[in-house]
Design a protein around this ligand. Structure first.
Ligand code: G6Q
Length: 539
């Protein structure tokens, strides 16, 4: 049975139509805040300013149970091949499991393998950080450039920015992802090749963007170091699942860090894909981050659903998407170091849950996928918050904040945090026409100054942004996305939707590069665009 025909779904449809204003809900129940708050796994989750009652949560939890969430969680953690369209297990949780754990895939315990790679990464990172590893000309490595895209880029960039406070400031880190040559050129223009290490991060080692950037990097290096191909060994390492392809590229497989097909790209930042992060942070901090992930994983795996932060967070996302028609959600970190977190979440949520068919191939019958966007606070307040407060669309918000600043400067942190609390308050309770008029606002201006309120938000608060706190936060969202996928009955671990464009681009490349005018067989628009490009390029 599709969940949309479940009685709880019908009840939720009614509840969405009749739910009182948040101001009323808070007035009615002085204990509302404590009812809808959880303090677990190192994070405080306040979801009381949502358009929910106890009955709503009961119905949403009923749906979770009806969808078999418990079994699906167990299946994922156990290593069952739940990525059915690719016939793979999904075990990013094994990447952060302690040494003492045991998780079997096809009869093999993967935990010792995971720790073997982590230990090799730690040795390598220490050699770079200590200066023991030297470049081809004998100079120590000062610049590390990660070349990768999608899941092999977004996690490392986000974590590097998020944990910059903990990084070795004597090293420079750059991230090249786009096939647009500008990305490579700008990332390397001020670097000395003799002091630069490239990490080629690609699960498949076939990705067009990454392979193009990797070969440009090799040319750049050899050109800068006099053309001796032996230099590659000291300036290139690889992170991949394919030793064969790494060797074919010319990187010594002794300098390759592996991972496994049961690690999805967008879930891979805690695998060897995080090598640049480990070099930046040092192995201990990297392991602290893994421990934070594991703490939230365990909370998700073991906590009852009504006390389970990722489950509740995921259900709330579904509530607004499917019962209120919310088209997007804002993620608003009041923590400057999390400036890349919204971009990271976009891949996690949209590539995972942007699916139109269920696991059995039949069409879904509810909207799937949550569209996240956002900017760090308070900058967003001076730009798009207007629409969230007074626009016509419902945009539920996640506010993320930490009680202690990593850069305590005078009053800054109290000012920052006052904005978090004020924004959630303003969104929820607004300002009525009576209140506006009581302020003495002229009648013709009064409607412009009314805030309807009743705009939902979550607050996710931690003590301080540490490597462990980042791990907990990312795992929270990963598991929230998983929860939603189970209710929508979709596969969050494949991404067939990115394939068609790649195939078509392959066909178009020779049409752009051929000296002869190509015989174009596309639609009239694509044909005209290709012709115009060829003409303008020559001009
Ligand atoms: C993520 C996707 C995708 C992938 C990139 C890079 O889940 O699979 O973003 O990470 O396409 O792939 P490679 O690591 O194989 O280069």
């Amino acid at each position: 049975m599709n969940l949309t025909s479940h009685p709880a779904w019908e009840s939720l449809t009614d509840q969405a139509d009749t739910i009182p204003h948040l101001a009323e809900l808070f007035d009615e129940d002085p204990r509302r805040a404590e009812k809808f708050q959880i303090d677990a796994a190192g994070l405080f989750f306040d979801y009381s300013k949502n358009l929910i009652t106890e009955a709503t949560m009961k119905s949403l939890l009923e749906l979770a149970n009806a969808a078999g969430l418990r079994d699906r969680i167990d299946a994922m953690f156990r290593g069952d091949k739940i990525n059915t369209t690719e016939d793979r297990a999904v075990l990013h949780t094994a990447l952060r499991a302690p040494r003492t754990a045991s998780i079997q895939v096809d009869g093999v315990d993967v935990v010792p393998e995971v720790h073997k790679v982590l230990d090799r990464m730690a040795v390598f990172s220490d050699r770079i950080r200590s200066g023991e590893w030297k470049g081809h000309t004998g100079k120590r490595i000062k610049n590390i450039v990660n070349i990768g895209i999608g899941g092999s880029d977004l996690g490392p960039v986000m974590a590097y920015e998020a944990l910059r406070h903990y990084t070795d400031r004597s090293l420079t880190f750059r991230f090249v992802s786009n096939v647009d040559g500008t990305d490579f050129a700008e990332a390397t223009h001020d670097l000395d090749p003799s002091e630069t290490l490239f990490i080629i991060s690609s699960k498949t080692f076939t990705t067009q963007e990454t392979m193009s950037n990797a070969s440009t990097a090799r040319d750049w290096l050899l050109c800068g170091l006099g053309g001796d191909a032996a230099a590659v060994a000291k300036h290139f390492v690889a992170v991949s699942t394919s030793a064969e392809k790494v060797a074919a590229f010319g990187i010594d497989t002794a300098n390759m860090f592996g991972f496994w097909d049961w690690v999805g790209g967008r879930y891979s930042m805690v695998s060897a894909i995080g090598l640049s992060n480990m070099i930046a942070l040092g192995a201990d901090h990297f392991r602290d981050m893994l421990a934070g992930f594991h703490e939230m994983d365990e909370h998700f795996r073991t906590a009852p659903f009504d006390r389970n932060i990722p489950v509740l967070h995921g259900l709330l996302g579904l509530w607004y998407s499917d019962f209120f028609g919310a088209q997007t959600m804002a993620v608003l970190p009041y923590e400057q170091y999390l400036k890349r977190f919204p971009a990271y979440l976009q891949q996690l949520t949209m590539e995972s849950n942007g699916k139109h068919v269920q696991l059995n191939g039949s069409e879904v019958d509810a909207d799937t996928g949550v569209i996240y966007w956002g900017e760090p606070g308070t900058n967003g307040q001076h730009s798009f918050y207007q629409l969230i407060h007074q626009g016509t669309r419902l945009i539920p918000c996640d506010f993320i904040a930490f009680a202690k600043s990593l850069n305590p400067l005078g009053r800054h942190h109290d000012l920052l945090m006052s904005n978090v609390f004020a924004q959630t308050e303003a969104l929820a309770f607004g300002k009525t026409l009576d209140e506006v008029e009581a302020d003495g606002t002229p009648a013709e201006l009064a409607p412009h100054r009314v805030f309807e309120g009743n705009r939902p938000s979550n607050v996710i608060m931690g003590e301080k942004l540490t490597p462990a706190a980042l791990g907990r936060l990312v795992s929270l969202y990963e598991m929230s996305v998983f929860t939603q996928s189970v209710l929508w009955n979709i596969n969050p671990f494949d991404q067939w939707g990115v394939e068609l464009g790649k195939v078509l681009a392959q066909r178009i490349i020779p049409e752009l590069e051929s000296a002869e005018e190509p015989d174009l067989q596309h639609d009239s628009s694509t044909n005209a665009l290709i012709r115009r490009y060829r003409k303008l390029r020559r001009a």
